[in-house]
Design a protein around this ligand. Structure first.
Ligand code: HEC
Length: 114
């Protein structure tokens, strides 16, 4: 065998990198992006990691259709939907950030506790 271990590892890493790049070019770009996941972590304290909850004290976000999510956030922000905490919170995000979070939560199946 003439293959060195580092050569094989290098090739494997190269392939992993290439497939990552391919993923980033698909329509799922926004859902998969680290930025979307980072923004969504702001919500994990109340809505659960990846939008899943063990109990139903707060509304789950996983699997919510993106249009429903964006509408909910906008109506919290403009006060047309009454809220306790979501109003001021929703105001803190730009439209672009809300879309990124919508894509992030929508990619997970509904009601599937992790
Ligand atoms: C401090 C707890 C808390 C945090 C943090 C929080 N939420 Fe909420 N969320 C709530 C509560 C409580 C409600 C119910 C409405 C209300 O009273 O504000 C709600 C409702 C919602 C709804 C409506 C759900 C439905 O079924 O219609 C959406 C969408 C939502 N939150 C998104 C988010 C997002 C996105 C974040 C992160 C940026 C976030 N929330 C962070 C407590 C929280």
């Amino acid at each position: 065998m003439n293959y060195s271990l580092t050569g094989i590892l290098g090739a494997a890493l190269g392939l992993a990198f290439l497939s990552q790049t391919a993923v980033a070019e698909t329509a799922n770009d926004l859902a998969q992006s680290p930025r979307s996941a980072m923004l969504a972590q702001t919500c994990a304290g109340c809505h659960g990691t990846q939008g899943y909850l063990q109990n139903s004290a707060f509304m789950p976000l996983a699997g919510m259709p993106t249009t429903q999510f964006v509408t909910a956030m906008k109506s919290f922000a403009n006060g047309s939907r009454p809220s306790t905490v979501m109003g001021p919170l929703a105001k803190a995000f730009s439209e672009d950030e809300i879309k990124a979070m919508a894509a992030y939560f929508a990619q997970f199946p509904k009601n599937e506790a992790q």
